[in-house]
Design a protein around this ligand. Structure first.
Ligand SMILES: [Fe+2]
Length: 512
């Protein structure tokens, strides 16, 4: 469980301090970043915390690994103790804990806490999965720019306490420090106004130190901590956990960073992501190259959820930087271009074909359904960073889904814009056979500066049944054995930390 290949700049890494020594060395609360659980299975779950007495300064923990106590209960009142023990928080992993709790019962709630000396972490609630669960509640979250708004959506998720939170990326943003206050964006017929409500803690993040402190900043938020403490999460990073619109080994701006610099940066970003997420598998490090095993499959009652990695193995974007839409060019239709990579593509096909679930979910960072910004014709202007920019890869996936897979449902994020859409066999031809339903969540807090372009192009996209780019929030999914209900929850005011939320729309899914 402990990744011992990692010893970045730390001669002391790997030295195990007796618990008494560790206790003596920590004089202030080390549980400043809360607790989390994730990767829920029918018999296991990962429990997470990270010790950090000074979270924005690398944690400032004493040198050496630290022994942390843990307890697990079967009730929220902590009367029925199920298990207790110790686990190591390795210095090499920024004193994070990834404890795999095994031998659990399916479809059950558990409560847990960590201790170090006299300090105790907040109490976390988690839940194992069950293929037999008759009603499952899932939340979909993404895009939580710290500077652009508060996390009222997470307070609402915590209160709902779903079976699992599915996070499809942009957990952090890599950019530098903004300016508090309002800014306006002039569009035809309307001036949009956005606010920066709080500031990042450093210039654009590049090093392991930077990424750790950025995660610590985001994780200092009480609402985000509450949502982690309320339910297990499954997480897949998108672009901003590393660099805007990166693809495989290519950064957003290859002229500003060499291939070597980007490789080292990606390694730092992957390592810090692991250190702060309730996931089982650390990055695989080969010299200065890092990779993450992120794609995975989970079973929640009637839904089999395939968590995709649409960033790490993709071919680079083509045709230019037109935003939000870009006209296609010669390379656009190249059949060799991939989004999932050949290995993941085959894995997904195998999992889908073997699934016995009534609903087969793809949790994709980016939209799978098309969105054209032009009025019509054979050369649609699209977002080249989404599946729209990879038509051959989408065609292969659509063919797989159309070939007898029961009720494909897509969950996606990235675009800061809520939309419910139908994916058709020929994506830009709504008269062709419907293959999947897609629920794109809006953002937890990130702006949608292109809301007008989305609204203005809605009539060119008749496969979209609902669109709301003006509100922040998240999606709730209630999955029964016979029905699926999606509810779009929206934040009244993203610039107010304790803003209320309400239902924007509720949809029932018809079988495909
Ligand atoms: Fe985003």
């Amino acid at each position: 469980m402990i990744n011992r290949r990692w010893f970045i700049g730390s001669a002391a890494a790997g030295i195990l301090l007796p618990a008494s020594l560790a206790r003596a060395a920590v004089k202030t609360n080390p549980f400043t970043l809360g607790v989390a659980s994730g990767s829920p299975r029918s018999d296991s779950v990962i429990l997470w915390t990270r010790l950090a007495v000074d979270p924005l300064q690398g944690g400032a923990m004493p040198a050496g690994d630290v022994v942390v106590g843990f307890r697990v209960w079967e009730d929220a009142e902590r009367r029925k103790l199920l298990r207790e023990g110790t686990v190591i928080a390795p210095e090499a992993d920024a004193h994070s804990v990834h404890l795999k709790l095994e031998g659990l019962r399916p479809g059950r709630e558990y409560w847990y806490a960590f201790t170090l000396g006299d300090f105790e972490s907040p109490l976390g609630r988690t839940r194992t999965t069950s293929p037999d669960a008759e009603n499952v509640r899932l939340a979909l979250a993404s895009c939580q720019s710290w500077q652009s708004g508060f996390y009222a959506a997470y307070t609402d998720i915590a209160a709902w306490a779903p079976d699992c939170v599915i996070h499809v990326g942009d957990y952090i943003y890599e950019g530098g420090i903004g300016t508090i206050g309002s800014r306006t964006v002039a569009k035809t017929g309307e001036t949009l106004s956005f606010r920066t409500v709080r500031l990042h803690n450093s210039a654009e993040i590049v090093t392991l130190w930077d990424y750790r402190n950025r995660y610590a900043l985001y994780k200092s938020d009480r609402a985000l901590q509450a949502a982690h403490a309320a339910a297990p999460w499954i997480v897949a990073m998108d672009d901003h956990e590393v660099d805007n619109n990166w693809a495989g080994d290519v950064p957003q701006d290859p002229r500003a960073q060499t291939a070597l610099e980007f490789s080292v940066r990606k390694l730092a970003a992957f390592k810090a992501w692991y250190e702060h997420m309730p996931v089982e598998r650390p990055p695989l490090i080969d010299d200065i190259s890092a990779s993450l095993a992120m794609n995975d499959v989970f079973r929640f009652g009637s839904a089999q959820v395939h968590l995709l990695d649409t960033r790490q193995y993709r071919s680079d974007q083509v045709c230019g930087e037109g935003f939000p839409g870009q006209a296609p060019c010669k390379q656009y239709g190249n059949a060799n271009r991939t989004l999932l990579g050949a290995v993941q593509e085959q894995w997904l096909k195998r999992e889908l074909r073997a699934s016995s679930a009534r609903y087969n979910v793809l949790a994709s960072q980016i939209w799978l359904s098309p969105w054209r910004f032009d009025a019509g014709g054979d050369a649609p202007e699209v977002n080249m960073d989404a599946w729209d920019g990879y038509p051959a890869a989408r065609e292969r996936l659509t063919e797989t889904l159309a070939d007898g897979i029961a009720n494909p449902v897509i969950m996606s994020g990235d675009w800061h814009c809520a939309a419910a859409m139908t994916l058709h066999e020929r994506p830009f031809d709504p008269s062709s056979r419907p293959v999947a339903h897609e629920f794109a969540g809006t953002s937890i807090s990130s702006d949608c500066g292109w809301m007008r372009e989305m609204e203005d192009s809605k009539t060119s996209n008749p496969h979209a049944h609902y669109l709301n780019a003006r509100k922040r929030g998240y999606c709730r999914f209630e999955v029964g054995t016979k029905q699926w209900v999606t509810t779009y929850r929206v934040v009244a005011d993203p610039y107010v930390a304790d803003s209320p939320l309400s239902n924007d729309v509720e949809m029932r899914l018809a079988d495909l």
